[in-house]
Design a protein around this ligand. Structure first.
Ligand code: SF4
Length: 347
């Protein structure tokens, strides 16, 4: 019997040794208490303004480099045009994250957010990973506090969970050296939460990290959540294997992926939602994950550039109708939510 109150990594990593269905049942019981049979999704649009990046993460297939030699920078007009058409199709969240483009001025970011907010006042802007905040801090010598305040003032409502990757420093050194440190990722979210704002947290898994590194990562999120309470969702992101410079030969099986999602639900009980992000898992596995602790599948997305660059089948997003019908077919109740998990409509 594993004592879940013993937060020692060597103790909790034994959860991986449990039978998949035993683990699944433990996670599912927690999920049912919190969310019954609901599966949350939202109407969102991903906007990735540029793939030109000053940083070099070995796992990244999105940024422009020799395996992906197609640098782009969207103009403000292109961004607004995409935003307008998505808004007209019903999107009420814009998820705006970019590579760390050294050509952009500090003001460029805030001008985009402000313009979007002025034009679409009921849009929720989820923007700027902690890695982007750290990039602005390094490039323009601004404090985290000032950058986060400028985000708030220009209309950013919440922060996405990207850039967390794996917190364990030796692995971080190997996969994304130079990018925001684990300590600063956590610090940035902690400051954002102290401003009364919400964010998400991710974990990139399935590359060169071990099971213990995943447990360490989950415990760090749990620890900060105990203090700040600002995380809405934890999102285990499955590493996409194509077009990058990380030499990975050993990929997790479907069983290990489901166990990782279940263990997230069991360890991070203080974060209300576990998202099985269909863009990295594929829709089928994301739906099966709902039996293993997850209660969210993300949203329509419309255009996905980051995971699809690494081989995921997510380039074009999914329609609302398709999401609803697939969630129903999986035996769950689809619930349209807003970006901070207020329920808008059940189907
Ligand atoms: S993961 Fe982000 S920061 Fe790293 S290379 Fe890719 S775009 Fe740049």
């Amino acid at each position: 019997m594993i004592d879940l109150n013993d937060l020692n990594i060597d103790n909790l990593v034994q959860l991986y040794d449990l039978d998949l269905f035993e683990l699944g049942e433990m996670a599912h019981n927690i999920r049912e208490k919190l969310h019954n049979d609901k599966v949350y999704f939202n109407m969102n649009r991903h906007i990735n303004p540029s793939n030109i990046c000053a940083d070099i993460c070995k796992f990244c297939a999105f940024s422009s480099h020799r395996k992906n030699p197609n640098p782009y920078e969207m103009t403000k007009e292109e961004i607004l045009s995409d935003a307008k058409s998505a808004y007209e199709r019903g999107a009420r969240e814009f998820h705006i994250v970019s590579a760390h483009n050294p050509n952009y001025s500090y003001e460029w970011y805030f001008d985009i957010f402000k313009t979007i907010k002025d034009k679409f006042s009921d849009i929720h802007i989820k923007a700027m990973t902690a890695a982007e905040v750290d990039f602005l801090h390094r490039r323009f010598n601004k404090s985290y506090e000032d950058i986060l305040k400028d985000m708030e003032d220009s209309g950013v409502d919440s922060m996405p969970g990207g850039g967390a990757e794996i917190f364990f420093s030796e692995i971080r050194e190997k996969i994304c050296k130079g990018k925001v440190s684990a300590e600063n990722w956590l610090k940035i979210h902690s400051i954002w939460h102290s401003m009364g704002k919400k964010s998400n947290a991710t974990m990139l898994f399935g590359h060169i990290e071990s099971k213990k590194h995943r447990i360490h990562h989950m415990l760090e999120i749990r620890k900060l959540q105990d203090k700040s309470g600002g995380f809405n969702a934890f999102i285990p992101l499955l590493y996409q294997r194509q077009n990058n410079f990380l030499n990975v030969s050993d990929f997790p099986s479907g069983i290990e992926i489901l166990k990782t999602i279940a263990i997230s639900r069991i360890i991070i009980q203080n974060v209300p939602n576990i998202k099985a992000y269909w863009a990295t898992l594929g829709l089928n596995l994301a739906l099966v994950s709902q039996e293993f602790g997850a209660n969210d599948i993300d949203g329509t997305i419309e255009k996905e550039s980051i995971q699809s660059a690494g081989g995921a089948n997510s380039k074009k997003g999914l329609s609302k109708e398709e999401l609803i019908s697939q969630i129903k077919d999986a035996g769950f109740k689809p619930v349209l939510r807003d970006s901070i998990y207020n329920e808008l409509e059940a189907y």
